[in-house]
Structure formats: structure tokens, C-alpha cells
Design a binder for this molecule. Structure first.
Ligand code: GRF
Length: 213
């Protein structure tokens, strides 16, 4: 193992939807002995999320923490935090997790929570980024992977990739092409975090060069 990777980082993945980004991450890890991390749990706010099913098929530990099972958001977030913390992750990846997390959750993993978002932030924050970009008439949109802070889709940007908008794009067709980009970008950024290659200076994320073995 290279000197720059002291140990395998434990990764928790949070999903709300189909889980194609989760699958891309799992495949990237499986294909790369130098990835430096392993997924130790997949957690969802949606008990029927496709992402949980993808994890079950691979015999990964899963947990569902539905908002409706708790009296309020604060209680839900306490339960979510406890569930994730049980698996002692070093890194938390939001792979299509459609809930906002507060300091209550984030303080447990400072600068170690990553999110993927289907636009070129800071344009088109929020849950309808692809629809909003189309409605605005942009000719280029894309994907952003960023560190998560308390504001929605706001934290320091790790990497971005452009996706041109086609004249006949629908929300579904454009989102499919953006997801294809996310499937490369998110695992690449998770690997950088696992290998301790990100340095954060204010809003700027520096990517450190790979140390030679
Ligand atoms: C991704 O486009 C992600 O950026 C957004 O939700 C989508 C999740 O897709 N927040 P999937 O569940 O990984 O297929």
C-alpha cells in the first residue's frame, strides 16, 4: 500500500433515489485496488429507495431512517446521525440524498461530507436543478461535487464537469447525460478524499499531487 494511504477509509453513502451514483461508486472501488476506501453502510430516508435495494443485492449493511417516523426534523436528524455513526465512517457521501443536513449531522464529519449536484453550482441550487437549467435556457450545464456545509448546495467545490444542453433535450434526457458525468466525477472525488488529497482553504479546494510510493 502506498505510504500516502494509512488505512482504508470507511465510507457511508446516503441515498434517496435509484442509486445509480452509489452503484458507480461501488464499481469504481471494486475496479481500483488503490481507491483507499470501502462502503460500510448505505442509509436512506426512503425505505423503498432503489439505492437500498442495490446495496442489499451486494450484501452491504443498509438502514432506513424515514422522516415520518420522528416527531420533527431535529429528532429525525439525531436518529440519522446515530445510525450513520454506528458504522464509524471516515467519509460520508450524499449520492442523491434529497434532505438538507444541519450542523447537528455535519459536525461529526467536518470537511468529510461530499455531495453530487446536477448543475454547475452556484447556478441552479435545489431539488430541481435540471428542470431549472432547462427552463432558464442555458446552453451548458453540468455536474458539481462539493463539500457539504449547512447551506443548500453551497460548500467548497471539489470538481465540476460541463454538459452541453441539446436543443431537443427534456429534463429526463439531460439528467441522463448529467448522471453519466456524475458517475465518473463522484467516485474520482471520493477517492481524492479517501487518499487525503484535498486541502480546503476558505472556498477553494486544492487537490494535492499523488505521493509516489
Ligand atoms: C443525481 O443526479 C444527484 O446529483 C441528484 O439526484 C440524482 C441521484 O441519482 N441529487 P441516483 O439516485 O444516484 O441515480
Amino acid at each position: 500500500m502506498p505510504a500516502s494511504v494509512p488505512s482504508m477509509r470507511r465510507i457511508a453513502v446516503l441515498v434517496s433515489g435509484s442509486g445509480t451514483n452509489l452503484v458507480a461508486l461501488l464499481e469504481a472501488i471494486a475496479a481500483d485496488p488503490a481507491f483507499g476506501g470501502e462502503v460500510v453502510v448505505v442509509v436512506s430516508d426512503q425505505p423503498t429507495a432503489g439505492g437500498l435495494e442495490q446495496a442489499r443485492r451486494r450484501d452491504l449493511p443498509v438502514a432506513a431512517v424515514p422522516l415520518a417516523d420522528h416527531p420533527d426534523r431535529a429528532a429525525w436528524e439525531v436518529a440519522l446521525t446515530a445510525t450513520v455513526a454506528t458504522h464509524a465512517p471516515d467519509v460520508v457521501v450524499l449520492a442523491g440524498f434529497m434532505r438538507v443536513l444541519s450542523e447537528r449531522f455535519l459536525r461529526n464529519w467536518p470537511d468529510r461530507v461530499l455531495n453530487t449536484h446536477p448543475s454547475l453550482l452556484p447556478a441552479f441550487r435545489g431539488a430541481h436543478a435540471v428542470r431549472d437549467a432547462l427552463a432558464y435556457g442555458v446552453k451548458v450545464t453540468g455536474a458539481t461535487v462539493h463539500l457539504v456545509d449547512e447551506q443548500v448546495d453551497n460548500g467548497p467545490i471539489v470538481a465540476q464537469t460541463c454538459v452541453p444542453v441539446a436543443p431537443d433535450d427534456t429534463e429526463a434526457s439531460l439528467h441522463t447525460r448529467i448522471k453519466a458525468v456524475e458517475h465518473e466525477l463522484l467516485p474520482a472525488c471520493v477517492k481524492l478524499l479517501c487518499r487525503d488529497r484535498l486541502r480546503i482553504e476558505g472556498r477553494t479546494v486544492h487537490v494535492l499531487p499523488e505521493e509516489l510510493p
